[in-house]
Write a protein that binds this ligand. Structure first.
Ligand code: LMR
Length: 394
């Protein structure tokens, strides 16, 4: 039996993580996997997470199963965080999932289950694991133009033209904020146009929001998701707590399904529960419970939001420092886009060959498509990276 299995190509992001670990050079800089690191290169447990875990340890009396959709308190708290009051609560069904990846996987399964013909429109580029899971599920994928290699911003005309090709029953996968891997994002006027195209075509949006609070702020980063969710008849939202709560390994995420036809909500909730049961029964609880405690307790919530804001501002500072350093070294503004991008990542927009040169000659690790994790930098490594970019001839 096992001999029938097919060797799969290594995930590029995870392979890079491994290559970095194995590099003996002490000057090495890791701009690979999307994990926040502070100036000391540590991915800290957030203060509010520590405090909530302590309370949980003291107060929790059972680890018996929760519900198939996880704890309802988690759903309510996350719906409030992501959607605020933009959408009526009785139009939303939700289920906890193992991280944002679990939410994406369950969403794709739900789409395929409901309509095996559905094509999923994905940005070119998108997070590689979107493509990998869709391929694994044998689902038809259509790419829409997104990144403009010249400006390093969004090719908005191309995006709109391609999205107009979607049909009723298709799904359009959108990044709610902090686009991964490019860092290039739409403004709200552009989101309005996307909504108009969705309404015109009848395609269903699926929003992946994995970096709320990393771009322009917690509320600001949710605006696009709220606009879309409140404007269309049906919508799926996959949200992750991995990054904004720093609970990566706890696998904490949620899938929401919104329907303006509230008579469908019982059916969608039952379907989310069923899908959880088929794939892993009950979703993981520890991270979800910690997140719920933080969001429900005003003091913990304020401390969490303050620390998240420190994280966001530190990444913005690094972006500005890097853009400034490159302006000085290149004598041009051609790297100004780095300060305009938002979130954890920026796509430098260079070739895999030059990415390889930077890895070999400068021990700088970025993903082959030239995605850089800005949080992998600190004030000292920014000038080193800037010099390497110039020396490599980017
Ligand atoms: C990333 O894009 O680096 C993160 O979302 C981590 C992952 O699982 O790929």
């Amino acid at each position: 039996m096992f001999s029938n299995l097919k060797q799969q190509p290594a995930d590029k992001i995870l392979a890079l993580m491994q290559a970095f670990r194995e590099d003996p050079r002490d000057t090495k800089i890791d701009l690979g996997v999307g994990v926040y690191k502070n100036a000391e290169g540590v991915t800290p447990v957030m203060r509010a997470v520590k405090a909530a875990e302590k309370q949980l340890w003291e107060q929790q009396e059972t680890k018996a199963y929760t519900g198939l959709a996880g704890d309802p308190g988690f759903s309510d708290a996350m719906i409030d965080l992501v959607l605020g009051d933009s959408v009526a609560r009785d139009s939303i069904s939700a289920a906890a999932t193992p991280g944002g990846t679990g939410a994406c996987r369950q969403a794709f399964e739900m789409i395929r289950w409901s309509n095996p013909e559905a094509r999923v429109f994905v940005s070119n580029p998108t997070w590689p694991n979107h493509l990998s899971i869709l391929k694994f599920l044998n689902m038809p994928v259509v790419e829409y133009r997104y990144f403009d290699g010249e400006t390093r911003g969004v090719d908005f005309d191309g995006m709109i033209a391609d999205l107009k090709q979607a049909k009723k029953g298709d799904v359009v996968l959108l990044h709610g904020c902090c686009h991964n891997p490019t860092g290039a994002n739409l403004n709200m006027a552009q989101w309005q146009e996307v909504v108009a195209v969705l309404l015109e075509t009848g395609a269903v949006p699926m929003i992946d929001i994995a970096y709320q609070g990393f771009g322009d702020g917690l509320e600001e980063d949710a605006q696009a998701t709220r606009l879309v969710a409140s404007s269309v008849p049906e919508c799926l939202i996959a949200a992750s707590c991995s990054k904004n709560f720093g609970v990566y390994r706890e696998r904490t995420g949620i899938l929401m399904a919104i329907s303006q036809d509230t008579s469908l909500v019982g059916l969608t909730q039952g379907s989310l529960n069923f899908l959880n049961r088929q794939n892993y029964s009950f979703p993981p609880d520890h991270g979800a419970r910690v997140v719920t405690m933080i969001l429900q307790d005003p003091a913990l919530r304020a401390d969490w939001a303050a620390e998240l804001e420190e994280v966001r501002l530190s990444m913005l500072g690094l972006r500005e420092q890097l853009a400034g350093e490159l302006q000085r070294l290149s004598g041009s503004d051609r790297f100004g886009f780095l300060a305009q991008h938002r979130g954890m990542f920026s796509r430098l927009g260079t070739t895999p060959e030059l990415v390889e040169v930077m890895r070999k000659e400068h021990a700088i690790y970025m993903v082959g498509d030239s995605r850089m994790n800005i949080a992998g930098l600190n004030k000292t490594s920014v000038p080193i990276l800037a010099q390497a970019i110039i020396d490599a001839g980017v």
